[in-house]
Design a protein around this ligand. Structure first.
Ligand code: 5GP
Length: 113
């Protein structure tokens, strides 16, 4: 199976504005930001999406959320922010490598489009 674009970023094969990395996840700024702050938090393991999660992924999923909280405060999003995971075609997922969107720096609307 060929690598996803996110695996290539994680491997350093294509450039990205990386804001955090550790053993489990890498976080980088979205190439097409939908808010003043738009960061993607991506597991190093190439999990294709939420539908592919297994019990063994509990740690990395929790770590993604905790990393999002840490980055939100580092980015001074103290008035609030939004976390999004798109799943599947109708969910708006375009890259088949699990990722958590951290969006902030503007007021968010509800319902989302
Ligand atoms: P999805 O639509 O799957 O939830 O989110 C995929 C996100 O990846 C989109 O917001 C898109 O802008 C972003 N993206 C796609 N290709 C690249 C890339 O090469 N570099 C970066 N930094 N972001 C990308």
């Amino acid at each position: 199976m060929s690598k996803t674009i996110f695996s290539k970023i994680i491997a350093g094969e294509i450039p990205a504005d990386i804001v955090h990395e550790d053993d489990l996840v890498v976080a980088f700024r979205d190439i097409s930001p939908q808010a003043p702050v738009h960061i993607l938090i991506v597991p190093r393991e190439e999990i294709p999406g939420v539908d592919f999660l297994e019990e063994r992924h509990r740690e990395v999923i929790g770590h993604m959320l905790l990393t999002a909280k840490k980055l939100a405060h580092r980015e001074e999003l103290d008035e609030g922010y939004r976390l999004v995971i798109n799943s599947g075609e109708k969910g708006g997922q375009t890259v088949d490598h699990l990722h958590l969107h951290l969006l902030g720096g503007r007021s968010m609307q509800w319902p989302p489009g």
